[in-house]
Write a protein that binds this ligand. Sequence first.
Ligand code: F6P
Length: 341
Amino acid sequence: MRVGVLTGGGDCPGLNAVIRAVVRKGIKDHGYEFVGFRDGWRGPLEGDTMTLDVEAVRGILPRGGTILGSSRTNLMKIEGGVERVKDNMAGLGVDALVAIGGEDTLGVARQLHERGVNVVGVPKTIDNDLNATDYTFGFDTAVNIAMEAIDRLHTTAESHHRALVVEVMGRHAGWIALHSGMAAGANVILVPERPFDMDEVVKHVESRFRTQYAPIIVVAEGAHPKEGQMELATGEKDSFGHVRLGGIGQRLADEIERRTGKEARSVVLGHVQRGGTPTAFDRVLATRLGLHAIDAVAAGDFGKMVGLQGTSIVRVDLAEATDTLKTVPAERYQEAETFFG
Ligand code: F6P
């Protein structure tokens, strides 16, 4: 059997660990051959491939990014896209696909499966917002990067008696903000799931200044205030229709400075959260997901995503995984609120 592998959407630490596990187990236990498709769905769409054998995956376990490249190509928006993928797969003798991606990439995988393509999905996103899996790989790494940054910001903020606003990734879900803020002792955490009250934010900031500590506000890029839209979008959209976000951190800092009279600065962590080597947790999770994905292919169990539930790797329908996003529940946010102010 020949199996195609692709990585789609925003890159994420641990992608290479998945690719390595899929290839190593696929060759050793199942005697498969592999075809690497470049840049997400663009690869099978255009028949753009690379060699994917044991040699190609040597030494990539700790490496960030993806050796296959990635893109946000939405092949469902391309006239005749599905037929082109099927033709290219047939031409290359590829019988099945392992698609490693987030809600968009796996959404396409689901539609391809419904149109007769043999595909197994592996959940990937630093945002941790995919359903039917307790964690996605890359999330732990992103949280650790953000936590370390916030730890560093504490000392400089205190030296200068400033408020510092740290904007982290998280378009629809505030998991990175919640976990990094909790781990690093943020003064306030703001998430997209819960529109914030600016008066409350100012109250927390002022109370922190009164105790001679400098406030650190962690805000997810998709968070917005109760009163209306304060989030800044560039207006540009990607091929899945997502608006490019950015700017809520600066807007918050301006508002805090205006209302408190104290200096407030903002730091946008941006793509730093997605770069570099994965943590041990993410390497192990990514490796296990890869091992189980190729077993699902061997079992002919297509239209499935492998996910982590408790400590076990399970197979769930791609539909279940992509129907709704996994957002931060109210009770998780309440736990963090104990430390606000
Ligand atoms: O989905 C992962 C993610 O990192 C989001 O947190 C973020 O909003 C988005 O990707 C940014 O994507 P891009 O790098 O394409 O601007």
